[in-house]
Design a protein around this ligand. Structure first.
Ligand SMILES: [Zn+2]
Ligand SMILES: [Zn+2]
Length: 103
């Protein structure tokens, strides 16, 4: 059964302020069109449909992300959603971020 999750990439807005192919830590890009851009992760709907439960990614004090499916992902900068990731790249469930020090 699929249940809705708020899209973490656009925070449910369906729009993002940088092109979806640009990494979260990249400050500039060559696309000449004006923002906002349609969120690619949710197709602009602001909602992800995923198997229930989701996959919790918990940030540790070093900035590594431990996933509830038993993996660890290391990002150079920023959060998974800021890097355009909406689904766990290991198990395919909706990615739920738990940032370090924010509960
Ligand atoms: Zn989205
Ligand atoms: Zn997972």
């Amino acid at each position: 059964m699929k249940i809705p999750f708020k899209c973490p990439v656009c925070d449910g807005q369906g729009l993002v302020n940088k092109p979806p192919y640009i990494a979260g830590d990249q400050p500039t890009w060559t696309d000449s069109s004006n923002s906002p851009y349609t969120c690619k992760a949710c197709g602009g709907g602001g909602v992800l449909w995923a198997d229930d439960g989701g996959c919790e990614w918990t940030e540790d004090y070093e900035g590594n992300w431990d996933t509830s499916c038993g993996n660890t992902f290391v990002l150079e900068a920023d959060t998974p959603s800021e890097n355009g990731m909406a689904y766990c790249c290991y198990c395919g469930k909706a990615l739920v971020e738990v940032r370090y020090g924010r509960g």
